[in-house]
Design a protein around this ligand. Sequence first.
Ligand code: SER
Length: 643
Amino acid sequence: MLNAQELRKKYLEFFASKGHTVISSASLIPENDPTTLFTGSGMQPMVPYLLGEKHPLGTRISDSQKCFRAVDMDEVGDNRHTTFFEMLGNWSLGDYFKNEQINWIFDFLTEDIGLNPARLFVTCFRGDKKNNIPKDEEVANLWQKLFQKKGIDAKIVDYPEQGGLQDGRIFYYDANKNWWSRAGIPENMPDGEPGGPDSEMFWDFGIDLKFHEQSKWKDKPCHVNCDCGRFMEIGNNVFMEYLKVGDKFEKLKQQNVDFGGGIERIAAALNDNQDMFAIDLFTGARKKLEEVSGKKYGEDEKETYAFRVIMDHLRAATFLIDDGAMPSNKDQGYFTRRLIRRAVRYANDLGITNIFTPEVAGIYIEEYSEHYPSLQKNKELILNELRKEETKFRETLEQGIKEFEKLLKGFQLALEKTGHAITEISGKQAFKLYDTYGFPIEMTEELAKENNLTVDKIGFDESYKAHQQLSRQGAEQKFKGGLADHGEMSVKYHTATHLLHAALRQVLGNHVEQKGSNITAERLRFDFSHSDKMTDEQIKEVENLVNSAIQKDYQVSFAEMTIAEAKEKGAIGLFGDKYGEMVKVYTVGDPEQEVLVNVSSPTFSREICGGPHVEHTGIMGHFKIVKEESSSAGIRRIKAILE
Ligand code: SER
């Protein structure tokens, strides 16, 4: 059977035979773009050409692009998440369009690499009346003809979200599934951003596997975009022909195709095994790990999880170092360090006590060098960096784990003595683990979670800041908060500004945007875009909404993600302008639910912000607006207190 290395080769050969120039992957670290940390999709380096700039190598380009998504780091360990992946891509830069693309990609999948068409399902864009973008019947019909040629009667079905598969093979979905832009759905696209309808292809792992029945979606009908695991997206054809201009859409001056397909996913389909780590790209590393640990992949759940984390993280670290991101405390290097340290910590679960990261990386280097020759060139550097980082970390890890266990013992003793369980590791304790034992805070959080404990992140940040000021050195914090003072009252006021911001938008309209904020321990001040003086009723309504949110005692939590993902999740707040930049997004309420600003909503606010915030809104007291006045032209100012 075809392996992933051959798949890459075949794909590039196929598109070369269709007149494409094969280019090599751009770096994982975007060039000339200091605000974007990593290349996270195949199209990212192509944006200027999609917008109309002339590509020096013509109008048909194909490649396999290295991608790294730091947000997925904590998800790795299941059978389908990786931080690093390769995206097979082909581009028409104002050249061919829907007909050629759909015909070619179908041929490639079903003829060249031999995927069974009966196991392929596809989706198309349902259209967007609001933005005057039509339903993509053209592409749906193209697919139907192609399946027909294979003797498959492919039914086109609308509203699979409600009705399920309904014996269909071609499905229409809204923009949240079948529209691609770096910022997500049309509404979230900034001025000047290109995007377009897309058509995705899915592999069916089979109804017999009973994924759906055993998943949390079992009460709803299964459809291709259901996350139960039966279907896996293996590629996306984007027909990029629109440009956002103001809040409207215009046609770009050229019709582009952006196809992207994850190598690992297509290989998993070829394998017909939903465990992505079972593909050949991981075989060498897995064997090496089995050899050094004496453990077998797939035998024990916890160990298999550790195998996957290590395989993913060391592959990513190998490629990151190759592209110049040496392990360090800042920027991209911070992620390389985190990857290596996490891998070493998970190696503990496999009983690996000797230096092993260079050995695993060595295998990746051998296997990937044919397509990525710089790995061979930088081999010594990569292995040295890994050895250095692992050695340094191992020296402290053992002591750190002991320290952590001591903490647990202390908690246990306290429970026996007082009858009260301690469920939180204090900021000071977490900071000691960080400062003395080199535990990234995320690692302490993971260890805590494994032991059903939480970590006082606010307290940790406080200790961190105090330490920073003391030592006056800039061990740069990755996600900067906007507050100078982390005192308890200011934290409450900070959360109050999020509630206020959400409530103002609800009452006055979505034109309301934060224009400034200032917090002391006594009050908050919030400036926002709105031209008219607020009426007494509006003020009352805003106060009531905020107080209802406080009374509901929402949980407040955050997640780190790219700006594009933040926008997709409906986050408000100050966006940077570069795709891929990591931000922290705070949610008041259920982080999985959509934001609705009303008294019965599960989720009240979602905003990009550095924090810190209270953990529960219930502790904030009673919110009162004490002043509403003009700040400058078109900007109002509110002063409010918590009583
Ligand atoms: N840009 C699209 C994606 O990343 C296809 O390459 O899914």
